[in-house]
Design a protein around this ligand. Structure first.
Ligand code: ARG
Length: 403
């Protein structure tokens, strides 16, 4: 085994990473620095400090990354209207590059030669962490205990905890819990009964949205302001990125917006079924498409839509820090120069529908499109020629086919 001097561990304070912490200290006999990121997962983070202290960690880092997460990762992704496989808003995928970036920063600062994470060998997250480290600092080694140790079952994991006096909360003693990942953008839930895609997900899986059936009978009207492609206000009130997303999560959650039950294709090769709740993100996607509908040129908008699946896939696959993502991002960002204005939506029993939009930079011309008399010169005969020329090849084709 290679000699490791110092490790920075991505530490949640949960049972799995507490066991990993102990295992690293034992296996490598070196100092472990813990890093816990507040990404808006809605969990108390101070218990993580207490647990790390108890495990003898001297350098404990707990950092609030909520604003950075939303402004530098979530919003750039929303500018692209990114959806993986047509539906997934990439809530877990987009958080990994930020965590990896911070792990690398801390490793450099404290002179650590390795970082460690608690992602398993079957998932996407390990790929995202490690590709990011590859792109940011290839000299840093990555330790993935789930791929290295010989703990193979939940039972063995609990035995290890018992043996090393790691407290196991009573609700963690029984069968394995759901695998949950939460941050300001979403909550994802996988595992257990959800592993059978033919089973309907039980209601208790949902954590931050009500069942649309139980949502208020009265719709709620909200207005979102955009500047250069990014949301900046809700109902006329300017907000920071994290505050804005938090506000929309509350509104969307109450109206049952943003639930998704999905079978997706993991990069590593298997299909998996998960439940996603992305209330604020779902509202923002509708709203952003709403403001783009009046501010983007048709061909520019269609080009964006063409590259979107590619862009979403590379975020899903962990290539955030790759040159192709930066190239596509530059194109997307360039398109947003005039994507400013206001969009009004109606939240109602699981839906977030755009009901009006306005922009000082609108390309929409009522005068041009109107059925009534117009002041703009539009010669209807031009349309005749337009269709005749576009139909030229179709007439040849039909004649050849003997129609
Ligand atoms: N399947 C989703 C993705 O790959 C969610 C992963 C959630 N991660 C977790 N550790 N539970 O993006």
């Amino acid at each position: 085994m290679t000699k490791i001097e110092k490790i920075v561990l991505s530490y949640s304070g949960g049972l799995d990473t507490s066991i990993i912490l102990k295992w690293l200290q034992e296996t490598y006999g070196c100092e472990v620095v813990t890093f816990t990121a507040d990404l808006g997962q809605g969990e108390e983070l101070e218990p993580a400090r207490a647990k790390a202290e108890m495990a003898g960690v001297k350098d404990i880092r707990i950092v609030d990354l909520r604003e950075e997460f939303v402004s530098d990762f979530v919003f750039p992704m929303l500018r692209a209207n990114a959806l993986y496989e047509g539906q997934y808003l990439l809530g877990s995928s987009i958080a990994r590059p930020l965590i990896a970036q911070r792990l690398v920063d801390i490793a450099r600062e404290v002179g650590a030669d390795a970082i460690a994470h608690g992602a398993t060998g079957k998932g996407n997250d390990q790929i995202r962490f490690e590709l990011a480290v590859n792109a940011l600092d290839p000299s840093i080694k990555v330790i993935a205990p789930w791929r290295q140790w010989n703990i193979r079952s939940r039972m063995q994991l609990l035995e290890y905890a018992e043996k090393h006096h790691i407290p196991v909360p009573s609700d963690k003693r029984g069968e394995a819990p759901f695998s949950i990942d939460a941050n300001l953008l979403h909550t994802s839930t996988e595992g257990k009964i959800l592993e059978n895609p033919a089973e309907v997900a039980p209601d208790h899986v949902y954590q931050r949205t009500v069942d649309p059936v139980d949502a208020p009978d009265a719709p709620e009207i909200i207005t979102i302001g955009f500047e250069r492609g990014d949301p900046v206000s809700v109902n006329g009130k300017a907000m920071t990125p994290a505050a804005l997303l938090t506000e929309l999560n509350g509104l969307g959650g109450r109206h049952g917006v943003g639930r998704l039950d999905l079978v997706e294709n993991r990069f590593i090769g298997m299909k998996s079924r998960g439940i996603y709740e992305t209330p604020g993100g779902t509202i923002l996607l509708s709203a952003h498409r709403g403001i783009e509908s009046i501010t983007l040129d048709r061909v520019a908008a269609h080009l964006k839509d063409e590259i979107m699946p590619r862009y979403a896939e590379l975020i899903y696959n962990g290539f955030w820090f790759a040159p192709e993502r930066e190239m596509l991002q530059a194109l997307i960002d360039h398109s947003q120069a005039f994507v400013s204005g206001e969009v009004t939506l109606r939240l109602y029993k699981g839906s977030a529908s755009v009901i009006s939009r306005a922009s000082p930079f609108s390309l929409y011309s009522a005068d041009l499109v109107t059925f009534e008399e117009s002041t703009i010169a539009f010669d209807h005969h031009d349309a005749e020629g337009f269709i005749r020329l576009n139909g030229l090849r179709l007439r040849s084709w039909a004649a050849r086919n003997g129609r």
